[in-house]
Design a protein around this ligand. Structure first.
Ligand code: PEP
Ligand code: MN
Length: 343
């Protein structure tokens, strides 16, 4: 952190700031700019709140020069994190494809979709059993029955599962069935939940909150890593902006930014990021071109009758076409993708 003192700051104001810094165990590097005295704060500043320093008498400004997160940062770990789940690898040069319906609706529904996706080479099956819905009158998910269906179907097709837990009481149950636990956008700052995930042993898929800055998102990931769970993937799933043509605005720029700031894999979710079926495909292409480590795509064999998010679910044929395109883009950005070519 750097603290900038007022032009001709009173010496007692300067001394007060210095004293406070010393009391908290920091060393100070003083330098005189053209007009201002600058106090460089040396030590672990992660716990400091810059606002506490900005409001001190004689201070014009204070700002951080190092990030408030550590374990998730590239400075802490230079190389990309690779998360291995069974024989599936997520991160680094691997391009992970996660696909499936928004919600598990029945055994038949999941079987139809999973068999199609597995035939296309998809290894990570998504499907919600506990659904965070805006309306209490909407379908809330099949619960544990949905988890059983997910597990049986995934095992049949040699797939792994990602599914959402909505609060900390569900972690144990989800961990019994699933391979990756999804934290939904609305839960990114549910602190008792993310703290508990630090103690869990299941890889975590952390969706960015609908109004979260990239720094807040990384801080949430930091909670999980600092709790002891190093297997975290970040997911950009669109943020709320003033634009209402799309359901959310998929922040493509967050992908290269997160990749620069953090070693964690970053997956893009253009389904929730746009909310409109025909916009999912171009945004999926863009996300991979921007350096995403994977995609999460909602696919449904009968989206018109889907119990949730039908409007943003691709028909299986559209998904197949998308994968053909993604394979080409993956090559350009140096990613490998384990998907057979369609004939
Ligand atoms: C989902 O993946 O179906 C979901 C509800 O996601 P989000 O938390 O991004 O809205
Ligand atoms: Mn959905």
């Amino acid at each position: 952190m750097v603290i900038i003192m007022e032009k001709n700051a009173q010496s007692d104001h300067i001394e007060h700031v210095e004293e406070r810094l010393h009391d908290q165990g920091f060393k100070i590097h003083k330098s005189v700019g053209m007009e201002h005295l600058l106090l460089g704060v040396i030590g672990d500043t992660t716990k400091l709140d810059v606002r506490d320093w900005k409001v001190l008498p004689g201070v014009v400004d204070a700002y951080r020069i190092s990030a408030p997160y550590k374990l998730v940062s590239r400075e802490f770990k230079k190389h990309d994190t690779v998360i291995s789940i069974k024989d599936v690898q997520i991160g680094a040069e691997n391009l992970a494809i996660m696909a499936g319906p928004c919600s598990v609706e029945s055994r038949e529904q999941l079987e139809t979709i999973a068999s199609r996706l597995a035939g296309r080479g998809v290894r990570i099956l998504r499907g919600g059993a506990f659904k965070p819905r805006t309306s209490p009158y909407s379908f809330q998910g099949m619960g544990e029955k949905g988890l059983q269906i997910l597990r049986e179907t995934a095992d049949k097709y040699n797939m792994i599962i990602i599914t959402e837990a909505m609060d900390k009481d569900q972690i144990e149950l989800i961990s019994q069935y699933a391979d990756i636990l999804q934290v939904g956008a609305r839960n990114m700052q549910n602190f008792s939940f993310i703290k508990a995930l630090g103690k869990a042993r299941i890889p975590i898929f952390l969706k960015r909150g609908i109004a979260a800055t990239i720094q807040e998102w990384l801080m949430s990931a930091e909670y999980i890593l600092s709790g002891g769970n190093q297997n975290v993937m970040l997911c950009e799933r669109g943020i709320r902006t003033f634009e209402n043509y799309t359901r959310n605005t998929l922040d493509i720029s967050a992908i290269p930014i997160a990749k620069k700031l953090s070693h964690l894999p970053i997956i893009a979710d253009p389904s929730h990021g746009t909310g409109i079926r025909d916009k999912v495909i171009p945004m999926a292409r863009a996300a991979v071109a921007a350096g995403a480590d994977g995609l999460m795509i909602e696919v449904h064999h009968d989206p018109e009758n889907a119990m949730s998010d039908g409007a943003q679910s691709l028909f299986p044929e559209q998904f197949d076409d998308l994968m053909d395109q993604i394979r080409i883009i993956a090559q350009v950005v140096g990613k490998t993708i384990e998907l057979p070519e369609t004939v």
